[in-house]
Ligand binder design. Sequence first.
Ligand code: CP
Length: 312
Amino acid sequence: MKHYSNLDSLTDFQGTVDLALQLKADPYAFEDLGKRKTIALVFFNSSLRTRLSTEKAARNLGMDVMVLNVSDSWNLEFGDGTVMNMDTAEHIKEATKVIAQYADIIAVRAFAGLKDKDLDYTEKVLNAFIKHAGVPIVNMESALFHPLQGLTDAVTIKELVKKKRPKVVLSWAPHPRALPHAVPNSFVEAMKLTDVDLVITNPEGYDLDPNITKGVTINHNQKEALKDADVVYVKNWSSFEDYGEVKNTDANWMMTKEKLGKAIFMHCLPVRRNVVVVDAVLDSDQSVVITQAGNRTYAAQAVLKLLLDSHE
Ligand code: CP
């Protein structure tokens, strides 16, 4: 594997899920694999889980870790041929190559701007790192995808749900702010690579990118969609159709105990209590969000192991 930009970077998705579970059982099995190798974690946006779990994953493999919050660095220029006499002090061409002088692998987080769909679909930041850095790049959530989260979600379902071909429902939830599509996009892609019966439920006007949901059942009636669910994955996203807009904050879409039924509750976190999901769900035994967050380490460790194996 050259880079981990998306789930399709993996040649064997289910094999990687199994590798993550194997690493969870024995986290230090490859503790020398990354000895004298360094990963730089570069953040254009905030993070709690991705930052700490990816650092932990790298350390479990014996790697050194450096973190750069881009807000503490120079303002970066992305344009070709720009006369840089305004606010930008350093071009992405130099910045990426310089970071690669210090790091064997670079992991990058750069969210969607949600203002300009075409621009977000260029994956400007992630692709600039892939184009210029010359070392393997890991996507820690880009404009369109969050493949470390998607892999984690598949790992968590395999670990906790023993039923053959469980019914998995991705249920939209209200939120006061416009959130990106990266997590639901990667969740849908992960579930398409897993033997589950996937249903997406969201209000009219909130269908995800049809190229991603192709072949998946979308039901705009949440009650109907949730019937007999084994796994309920709750997430807000802004409108794709009216790109980046918050068109609906209807609290009736919030997840409750009654709607959850006997299913387990998943969410990538962070989550707004009593907006996205009621306390009674999050605080119940049906919520697996902490196990899910814990599994971020082993999903990241599986990805880093595969990258280290391919770049020995
Ligand atoms: N789920 C997730 O990516 O969490 P952070 O934004 O805190 O990294």
